[in-house]
Design a protein around this ligand. Structure first.
Ligand SMILES: Cc1ncc(COP(=O)(O)OP(=O)(O)O)c(N)n1
Ligand SMILES: Cc1ncsc1CCOP(=O)(O)O
Ligand SMILES: [Mg+2]
Length: 216
């Protein structure tokens, strides 16, 4: 029970996902450090390239940074990389490894997040399979992922009432649209552009973080 309480506590607040198209290597570490200084509580390393050397170098550097600042560090898609850098866990979608396989491999303490798009049923399945949180989206048009399916506010409300795990919203989220999502039940907001395309990344993260006063 104690572990569950602390897990829920960590799965709350601003969740930043790396933009490795715009920023690589030292620049990437610098901008993630700025987001953390602005109050980001969760960092996901998302890089869609097959540059294994750079992926390992960046994920290792971000692992050190997130440990230093006691920020949760998750890897998108890649169990091997998560293991290699001893990340806190992974985020998995429908094209990625199964949740149960990830749990077997990473162990009971790992944080496993599951993309559930616009589907309550997928989220129920993910929770049954042992996901620690579920993510829905895209709530708004996303320049990062223009083809993402569209999720609705009523889905967030129902999921908050029924699922019993922390909920993440993603997709085109801005500081203006954020309060409605939190009001509907999102515990975490996952953001790429609204933080990493800002001219002042720390200030942009700070603006979001004030929505969860206890995390600032
Ligand atoms: C927090 C969070 N939510 C959703 C996604 C999307 O995952 P997926 O559908 O597997 O797509 P890719 O990100 O792998 O392109 C995510 N990464 N993080
Ligand atoms: C990975 C992902 N999955 C659904 S939308 C999205 C991208 C989110 O990025 P942005 O915050 O820039 O819309
Ligand atoms: Mg994926």
């Amino acid at each position: 029970m104690r572990a569950e309480i602390s897990m829920h506590h960590r799965l709350r607040g601003l969740y930043v996902i790396t933009d490795t198209v715009q920023f690589k290597r030292d620049d990437l570490v610098r901008v993630v450090a700025e987001a953390i200084a602005g109050g980001a509580r969760i960092v996901q390393y998302r890089d869609k390239s097959d540059d294994l050397e750079r992926r390992l170098a960046e994920a290792s550097a971000l692992r050190s940074l997130t440990l230093e600042h006691e920020v949760l560090f998750l890897i998108n898609d890649d169990l091997d990389l998560a293991e290699a850098v001893a990340a806190d866990g992974v985020h998995l979608g429908k094209e990625d490894s199964a949740i149960k396989a990830a749990r077997d491999r990473l162990g009971s303490e790992a944080v496993i997040g599951a993309s559930c798009y616009n589907s309550f049923e997928l989220a129920q399945d993910a929770v049954r399979a042992g996901a620690n949180y579920v993510a829905f989206g895209a709530f708004f048009p996303s320049r990062t992922k223009p083809d993402a399916v569209v999720a609705s506010i009523p889905l967030l409300i129902e999921s908050k009432q029924k699922l019993g795990v922390p909920i993440c919203a993603i997709g085109g989220i801005t500081r203006q649209s954020a309060p409605e999502l939190i009001g509907a039940g999102a515990d975490m907001l996952a953001v790429i552009s609204a933080v990493f395309s800002a001219t002042d990344i720390q200030a942009a993260a700070r603006d979001f973080s004030t929505l969860w006063p206890s995390t600032v």
